[in-house]
Design a protein. Structure first.
Length: 132
């Protein structure tokens, strides 16, 4: 999820593996004033190759995603800019952390190089664009 501000549009990029079928999607969530009721629109959805899936999961592992802080101290109080959330689920427990789920939250421009690469790779796979 990439969110430019608290009550602005959110961009949701999903990469999933269901029964060996790899899919990527890009959705926009718009909020209407004054109710702030979300309106979700599917921007794109496509099948991705096993090679693309493996490359992204290898990138997650190389960045040590499963042991990253959820919100690092230097990102905690930043309210300006786009916030990026990355969630991951596993069918099996991760060997290192003994968990099947992890999430990180970063502010675009304040994240590490590894997280920037993950964000850009996910956006590129899901939307087919450059990954900003």
């Amino acid at each position: 999820i990439i969110s430019p501000a608290f009550y602005s549009d959110h961009y949701v990029f999903t990469l999933s593996n269901k029964d060996g079928v790899f899919t990527a999607s890009h959705k926009t969530v718009k909020y209407s004033y004054p109710d702030w009721v979300p309106e979700i629109s599917l921007e794109s959805q496509k099948e991705v190759t096993e090679t693309e899936w493996n490359a992204f999961t290898e990138r997650l592992n190389a960045a040590c995603f499963w042991t990253m802080e959820v919100v690092p101290e230097d990102n905690y109080w930043i309210t300006d800019g786009s916030r990026f959330l990355l969630e991951a689920y596993l069918d099996e427990t991760n060997d290192c952390t003994k968990r099947q789920y992890h999430i990180i939250s970063r502010v675009k421009g304040y994240e590490s190089k590894e997280v920037t690469k993950l964000r850009k790779a996910l956006v590129k796979i899901c939307s087919g664009v450059g990954g900003e």
